[in-house]
Write a protein that binds this ligand. Sequence first.
Ligand code: TIU
Length: 224
Amino acid sequence: MNPTDTLSIEAEPYAFAFTPATCALLIVDMQRDFLEPGGFGEALGNDVSRLRRTIAPNQRLLATWRALGLTVLHTREGHRPDLSDLPPAKKARGRSATIGDPGPMGRILIRGERGHDIIPELAPLPDEPVIDKPGKGAFWATDLHAILKNRGVRQLVVTGVTTEVCVHTTVREANDRGYDCLVPSDCVGSYFPEFHAVGLAMIKAQGGIFGWISHSEKLLAALN
Ligand code: TIU
């Protein structure tokens, strides 16, 4: 496989043609706060174990992207320790605890705390940009678009959690900025199976209104 070749994989609503050299893997918010007990996900009343099936397929995709020398980026949702970038309306949400409150993994969704870190299974390498974002979308209030442009990236494989929240918002933001987005269904997850299914259906509806849906095995088969 030559990274500058154009590959095509089976996807919905139709085949996804991509050029690996200009297609980045964007892993959204695979943080302890969402995937492990005691964090933000659980504070919102969710069963975090539902997200853990996404870890193994993300590891396989990440290993292949790295082995081929392709662009990998990670995002983390979180806020400054002084909460100065936390809108009061966002602080007010939640149940037992809210952003900035102490928890078993440190202050919830606060940069520098253990819970805010990416899970060890998917730890970024030093040369992989980590985008710290205060919102659900990875483009708002970040330098992601500039980084992608500087690297010549035009297409994105978007993975991570959760399907209908940060992945969806990011795919919509990327689509409006001109990126083709492919979402491998096994590499994204939600606390709500029904929202996961509808979230994916919304992306591929209307001729791929926001992007394409496929499976990591199809990507790996094309790349390996
Ligand atoms: N609550 C929920 O489903 N998600 C978030 O709050 N953030 C992300 O999706 N990362």
